[in-house]
Write a protein that binds this ligand. Structure first.
Ligand code: ADP
Ligand code: MG
Length: 452
């Protein structure tokens, strides 16, 4: 359940990305939500008749797309002008104030579909297996265990399966969760007050055991906590015995997940284990082109080739670089981004000689200077935002510039686990795609490093 106004805010923030600033301020920001009828029809009011006309004539597709993204598919939209609004309220009363809505939203990312997944040598088998499972859940490969490095498309494939099933088989009960969500959900149910506990555990079990398809992302984070593993074991068995489909991803094969109990390991190995490899150059180029098409980026071929050649494996990084390049080109009002923009976006990363002699300590020192914090703070345990963000940025820069193994970086940062380090790096890499603030941080610190 969510309240209407926060959902509407989410719609606005989507719209803001797709229309010009002027149109956003003129037409969209003043829109009011008047009613949401039967969880199906959204009634909006514009602040003038001409605003209503503008929206209906020129922006209706964009509006309805953003609404669908947030509210779920096929929401009907009606835009009223002020007179109509008064009429409507006279007839139906003011509805929206305390309205809570059951969001029937498709929980899967609309962009992560099979259609948007570029198939090449590195991922053709995992693609085929995922498709087969989506087309015949519970019948083909069960469980399907997908493993491969960070940013190679595991999460994308899970969402693609989910999206496919929502279309083809809307009545199926499909759940996607990360391993952490599963664990937290379980631990939370255990933590309920004694009188509530059995009810909470029962609720947990009803949620996870009455599924047709369960997808668990990043199972390598399954904790050593035997109780969570045990619960997962029983969940697994229950579903498996009823021919329900289970799909699991991990950054490594079952045999290399140290914390896994033998009986879970043997369950995971009983179906199909399929790896996903790093893309070759052609696939990288195809992915970048596809991404440009989806995001409507104008980036010329030379620039795309250059990105593909200079980023080795991680597709998330490829995409991050692409949006950065596009952002830089848009700053200088260029219609199409070129190789020059790419070189600027790489910002010295390619000329590796310049980084010679640079150590992790140099990077940590500059980051501390930049954010005005101490070394002890940055490598220590503090969890306040003022320290956590610089820490993640330092970790990101060290992995980027020095290509140091995550384990060694973990040691520098007070003995943190390598997966924690990987998480920090990915978080920054992700933010870099969209956050101008983060783009500025990174490029300014890099400048300091170069000149220092
Ligand atoms: P993982 O879960 O393996 O770390 P993701 O699924 O999050 O990786 O993928 C990272 C990014 O790369 C996503 O934006 C995803 O859409 C994109 N991506 C990965 N593989 C492909 C592919 N084959 N075609 C198109 N995009 C891809
Ligand atoms: Mg993932």
């Amino acid at each position: 359940m969510q309240d209407l106004s926060s959902l509407w805010d989410a719609v606005l923030s989507k719209l803001e990305l797709t229309v010009s600033n002027v149109s956003f301020v003129m037409w969209f920001r003043p829109l009011k939500v008047v009613d949401f009828v039967d969880n199906k029809k959204l009634i909006l009011a514009a602040n003038s008749a001409s605003a209503k006309n503008q929206i209906s004539r020129n922006y209706f597709d964009k509006l309805s797309k953003s609404v669908d993204d947030i509210f779920g598919e096929n929401i009907e939209i009606e835009v009223l002008d002020p007179t109509e609004e008064i009429e409507y309220i006279k007839l139906h009363g003011e509805k929206t104030k305390e309205k809570e809505i059951e969001v029937t939203k498709n929980p899967f990312n609309a962009k992560y579909t099979f259609e948007n997944f570029v198939v090449g040598k590195s991922n053709q088998f995992v693609y085929a297996a995922s498709r087969a499972v989506a087309e015949h859940p519970g019948e083909k490969f069960n469980p399907l265990f997908i493993y491969g490095g960070v940013g190679l498309g595991k999460t994308h494939l899970l969402h693609a399966i989910g999206n496919f099933l929502k279309e083809s088989n809307p009545n199926l009960n499909v759940l996607y969760c990360t391993c952490e969500q599963f664990a937290n959900d379980y631990i939370e149910s255990l933590g309920s007050a004694p009188s509530e506990k059995s009810k909470a555990v029962l609720q947990f079990r009803t949620k996870y055991r009455n599924l047709d398809v369960l997808m668990v992302d990043d199972i390598q984070f399954i904790s050593k906590k035997t109780s969570t593993q045990e619960e997962f074991f029983y969940t697994f068995n229950e579903l498996y015995q009823n021919n329900k489909q289970i799909i699991i991803t991990s950054d490594r094969p079952p045999k290399d997940i140290e914390t896994l109990t033998d009986r879970l390991r043997s369950r995971f190995t009983s179906g199909l284990i399929q790896d996903i490899q790093s893309p070759d150059l052609e696939t990288k180029i195809a992915i970048l082109r596809k991404k440009c098409q989806i995001e409507k980026y104008h980036i010329d071929d030379d620039a795309i080739d250059y990105i593909a050649e200079h980023i080795n494996t991680n597709i998330r990084e490829l995409e991050g670089m692409l949006s950065k390049v596009y952002f830089l080109a848009s700053l200088s009002n260029k219609h199409t981004a070129t190789k020059e923009d790419v070189i600027e976006a790489f910002n010295g990363q390619i000329e590796e000689e310049k980084n010679e002699g640079l150590t992790a300590d140099d990077i940590i020192r500059e980051v501390c200077k930049y954010f005005d914090i101490t070394r002890a703070d940055i490598v220590g345990k503090k969890k306040s935002k003022e320290v956590v963000e610089p820490r993640m940025i330092a970790i990101y820069l060290i992995t980027e510039i020095l290509e140091m193994p995550l384990i060694s970086i973990g040691k520098i940062f007070g003995g943190r686990d390598h997966s924690t380090i990987g998480h920090s790096r990915d978080k920054v890499a992700d933010e870099l795609k969209t956050s101008h603030k983060m783009q500025t941080f990174i490029s300014e610190i890099k400048k300091m490093l170069k000149s220092g």
